[in-house]
Each structure stands twice: as C-alpha cells, then as structure tokens.
Design a protein around this ligand. Sequence first.
Ligand SMILES: [Zn+2]
Length: 183
Amino acid sequence: MGWWVRAAVKPGSGLLEPALSLVFIFLVAVPVAPDPPNVLNLQVALAREMVSHLRGELSIRSEVDIVLVKYHPLVFFVEPEDPRKERFRLSMEVGFLLRLDDDELLAAMAHEMGHIWIFTHFPFLHTETLANVIGQRVVPRRNFERIYTKLWAYERTAGVPMDELLGPVQDHVSADAPTGDLN
Ligand SMILES: [Zn+2]
C-alpha cells in the first residue's frame, strides 16, 4: 500500500543503501547548512502544510500524523491508526524526503492522500495507479512523473512504464473514474 516498489531492488542491497544514503546526506549537508536539522524541520513543516491543503481539496476529514523514519521498505507509507480511520500515520524516510523539491514533495503528498481517500471510500481498492489518479485531481501529472523519476534514481531501479503508474492522460473526468463525494 505504500507507493514505492522497493521489492524490485536487487536482493541483499536494498537494506543497506538507504542507510548509507542518509549518512551521505548529512555529511554533505554540514558545510552548506550549519544546522542540518533546520533543513529537515522546514521540509516537514512544508509537508504538513501540503497535507492540510490536500485534505481540504480531497474532502478528507481524517487527521494525518507525520512520522520521520530512517528507513521504510516502501520509503513513504500511510496507514490507519485506528479502526474507524479517524487518524492516519504517514511515515516518511528522511533520506528521500530531504531530496525532494516542492513540486516533487507535493506529488508525493498527493499520492499518499490518494491512499487515504481510498481507505475512506468503500469499495475502492488500493492500487498505486488509483492513488495517483486521485492525486492527479489536485496536482499536475508532470509532478508525479518527476517524483517517480527521482525515486527510481534513489532506489537505483529501472522503474516501470509511467502510464501504468499514472493511469491514462485525462482532459476531463471519465464516466468510470471513481468520484465518491467529489466533483
Ligand atoms: Zn502508494
């Protein structure tokens, strides 16, 4: 249900790379930013703002808690914290979060909010494509193309065809697209 397909990474190498990436980030960050944690704080504050905005746009009433992690097999991951789905926990891998510019972060947050939309709209089932289709209601497709390109570089994977992940290009909402209580 997370949005990244880390299983595609070569066996044995996937677990080490993120940890090494994280160390590398902080090492290179020291000379340019005397206080690296502030860079992270700013990025988290921005993510929080985006989540708040997207919840409004997608009519998501559940609360979202942001949790930073050194490693997650799916890089970014969202899950319900209670059976009634009133709160969700969004875990974000720091090493990747710090690499994202605003447009990429917005697409990542829109994708995760797409998952929360699916969680809270019976009977839609989780797929990465559907989460992206929901996200593209409020964030341009090119943002998603950029975040996936960056992710595949981060994970050193070849990726998959973009149209499979993002769904068909749509000028308007088609009749069979999930609409729920949105217009
Ligand atoms: Zn996902």
